[in-house]
Design a protein around this ligand. Sequence first.
Ligand SMILES: Nc1ncnc2c1ncn2[C@@H]1O[C@H](COP(=O)(O)OP(=O)(O)OP(=O)(O)O)[C@@H](O)[C@H]1O
Ligand SMILES: [Mg+2]
Length: 267
Amino acid sequence: MDLRASYGFHFDPFTREIRVEHHFPLPQYAEAKDGLLGAAQRRMSAGLIAPAGTGKTNLLRSVAEALPEARYRTSYVKVTGLSKRDMCREIAQVMGVQPAGAFNALVRRIQDKVLDAADTDGLRPVLILDEAQDLRPEVLGMLAPLTNFDMDSRLVLSVILAGQPPLAAMLRRAELEGIARRIAHYATLRPLSRDETAAYVAHRCTVAGATTNPFDQGACDAIYEIGRGNLRATDRLALKALELAAAKDASAVDHVHVVDARRLLWP
Ligand SMILES: Nc1ncnc2c1ncn2[C@@H]1O[C@H](COP(=O)(O)OP(=O)(O)OP(=O)(O)O)[C@@H](O)[C@H]1O
Ligand SMILES: [Mg+2]
């Protein structure tokens, strides 16, 4: 389907990956980003807990980009399926410890590094763990013995734990108390309102190069009624509706295209 020809896009709209400079400029993203960055800058750890499809992964990407490489060693990890050993390697990596060798030896090297204040290359480690609601508690618990999460004096590693609301429940478990206590700041994101959804759809069209917004007001309302301001649902509905409209040579996307799109996406 040639959306580019039909509606004047220069790039595909509503893609999953979106350049940081093309992010939708809503205050909640700036606020969440400032909170997470501020924590990392103060050598603290932070949490980002928000529902699925509200923009966590994209926000984390913008946080990682904002930490200068000259001062921070930042590592972004999607933690689904991560084992204790993998977690250990990720921590080693971000702390500048060679992440090889037997598990026990690696644990010891990380602990030595934590204890030896002089052994530093000046880069501050920041470990971003995305989809942390999928971490097994015992894997998340590895953070405590491997870093000085239990000591108050020096913080060697900033962790940004991001995930869906079940992460909050996990952090209330008794065995993770030491880690929960370390989280100095929680950020969150919410789904978009009706007006924000319409503005978001228009923004995504603009950054994809369209000079006029192909979605009429009825289409935007229908997208909001169905997608409830969830960015992922909004993207999928908008793209499918656009394809349907293009297939019919329609000059604009209306609510009928959106309703048809829903039927095709979620039969
Ligand atoms: N700031 C933003 N500006 C524009 N589009 C965005 C922004 N943040 C996210 N998106 C779009 O919204 C969709 C969902 O974003 P993202 O994957 O970051 O959400 P998520 O909260 O990580 O979802 P999940 O919980 O499923 O991992 C993506 O397809 C992305 O293109
Ligand atoms: Mg995500």
